[in-house]
Design a protein around this ligand. Structure first.
Ligand code: NI
Length: 529
């Protein structure tokens, strides 16, 4: 939806409000609130008191009588909810846990690759999720098959989970223009069937890369003036009696907590206010207020103005560029699984890499040293796109049947061939046939990686059965064995990725499952920690 459409939608809301105010009549009479600083009802020069009048739908600033624009009640629907195709390129995130008597689901979205904005949101969600689990006396254990739809489009399907006890983090992309991004994060907690919001904030990435939330849009010393406009809208909208001062006891930290949930729109700002207000800025539910840009403009920081300017520019969103498999992943927070491909590179590998790129899915490739020289560009591309490249020996022997020096030669030649092409020697080896023993593992100072799910894809079972088995058989931390030597395997890749994500898995390289801290060399692993 472009600005024009959003504007028209907002104007419909204004028209409804105008009607409500007209009906209210004298209830919208002038009130004297100590928090007001702008827009008091004025007297005409001839000294006749003038009642405040409803704001006409086209009104966007001082009128010919010099009257200031008015704040007004808004609806939650006036907070924009951008569809995934309006903010393309964001990476959808899902963390979920099913406890003995609760369900927890967190959804958020980050720009691709490692970014300050992504780190900020990842850190917030991790803190909130781990904090929730520990508040119930346990640890956060990510699971799958919990959140309907799994890892779908970014910020889609944010309905809180059912049940008497639940926890949810939901996201809405509220602004995306050029490199500017605004993402609203709402944390809800339900106990004994009663839902309360734990925190609400819009996180912004400014066009020049600065980070902040809704409270950072305003100069700190003006927060009471902004809240004064909120008060005024509540009075004008008959939510408060004239003279009410609901924010009088709010602390500076409480004011920050309230203003953090400010969404910038082309016409101004939409503030979702906790209601009733408590001194710490919390409340059981929210009312939504629109303050015109003409009113808040003087109170905005440079950061706030840059966000407003970007929203008004309404340019196509640019999520930024990062290699396919470069998105950070924390497998203590999200449920991870790894797809691994053995025995390449082959003439099928580039098509597989194309599929992985189209879906932004990381994978791990255990390549044979003897084939690297045939397709150095493919191996180089595999590494450059962020996938993990592991060692699958030079000639695919059963290592347990070779003498020590030949075991070392199989591994070392392959390490050298891969390093010559990618610039980096692998940290992992996968033994052909999964065959290793204490002797061979002691000879090779790498992590020995086998698998938890053998798809038997080399039997060519058909794309459908192969997809169904690979998706259904894996559990959290799973490592799936496949081979990029078979056309069906490459054909099935897209469906397997989609199917795993639909169950709630986040794909990760095997190394990423260990968070960069690999088990000691010689360790045999068949799944993540
Ligand atoms: Ni193999």
């Amino acid at each position: 939806m472009g600005w024009g459409n959003r504007r028209r939608a907002a104007l419909g809301g204004i028209a409804a409000l105008v009607a409500a105010v007209l009906l209210a009549g004298c209830a919208a009479a002038p009130v004297d609130d100590e928090l007001w600083s702008v827009g008091r009802p004025e007297r005409l020069g001839i000294g006749v008191p003038v009642e405040p009048q409803p704001v006409p739908p086209w009104f966007d600033g001082d009128d010919r009588l010099g009257r200031a624009p008015q704040p007004r009640l808004a609806t939650a629907g006036e907070i924009p909810r951008l569809a995934p195709d309006e903010a393309p390129g964001l990476v959808s995130r899902l963390a979920a846990m099913a406890g003995a008597d609760f369900t927890a689901v967190a959804r958020w979205a980050t720009p691709p690759g490692r970014t300050g904005f992504g780190d900020r949101l990842d850190g917030f969600v991790a803190g909130a999720a781990h904090g929730y689990a520990s508040s119930l006396g346990g640890a956060w254990v990510p699971g799958v098959d919990i959140a309907p739809g799994g890892v779908g489009p970014a910020c889609a399907g944010t309905a809180p989970p059912a049940g008497a006890r639940a926890f949810s983090i939901g996201c809405t992309v509220v602004a995306a223009s050029g490199s500017m991004l605004g993402e609203r994060i709402v944390v809800l907690r339900r106990e004994a069937g009663v839902t309360a919001s734990a925190s609400r904030a819009v996180q912004y990435l400014s066009p020049d890369g600065a980070l902040g939330d809704g409270a950072d849009l305003y100069r700190p010393e003006t927060s009471r003036q902004v809240l004064g406009q909120v008060t005024r809208a509540l009075v004008l909208g008959n939510r408060l009696p004239p003279g009410a001062a609901p924010f009088r006891d709010v602390t500076p930290e409480g004011a920050r907590a309230i203003l953090a949930d400010t969404t910038v729109v082309a016409d101004g700002v939409v503030i979702a206010v906790p209601w009733p207000v408590r001194p710490d800025g919390s409340g059981e539910y929210t009312v939504t207020v629109m303050v015109p840009a003409r009113l808040v403009g003087p109170w905005l920081t440079g950061f706030g103005r840059s966000i407003l300017d970007a929203v008004r520019a309404d340019e196509p969103f640019e999520a930024g560029d990062a290699p396919t498999a470069a998105d950070p992943v924390d497998c203590t927070l999200v449920a991870c699984a790894s797809i691994t491909y053995d025995d390449g590179p082959t003439d099928l590998t580039d098509a597989l890499l194309d599929t992985l790129a189209a879906r932004r899915a990381p994978a791990t490739f255990f390549v044979q040293g003897g084939y690297v020289g045939n397709r150095p560009d493919t191996v180089r591309r595999t590494a450059a796109e962020g996938h993990e490249v592991g060692n699958h020996t030079w000639g695919h022997p059963d290592l347990t049947k070779l003498p020590d020096d030949q075991v070392r030669a199989e591994i070392d030649r392959t390490q050298a061939a891969i390093a010559a092409v990618t610039g980096k020697a692998p940290a992992m080896v996968r033994p052909p046939y999964g065959a290793s023993d204490d002797r061979v593992r002691a000879l090779v100072p790498l992590v020995w990686v086998v698998w938890s799910v053998d798809t038997n894809d080399w039997r060519d079972p058909g794309v459908g059965p192969l997809t169904e088995y690979a998706v259904g058989a894996v559990g959290r931390g799973g490592i799936i064995l496949m081979h990029d030597t078979h056309a069906q395997t490459v054909e099935a890749a897209a469906g397997i990725i989609d199917g795993l994500r639909a169950r709630g898995f986040t794909l990760a390289t095997v190394g990423a499952q260990f968070g960069g801290v690999l088990p000691p060399p010689g360790t045999l692993v068949s799944h993540g920690p």
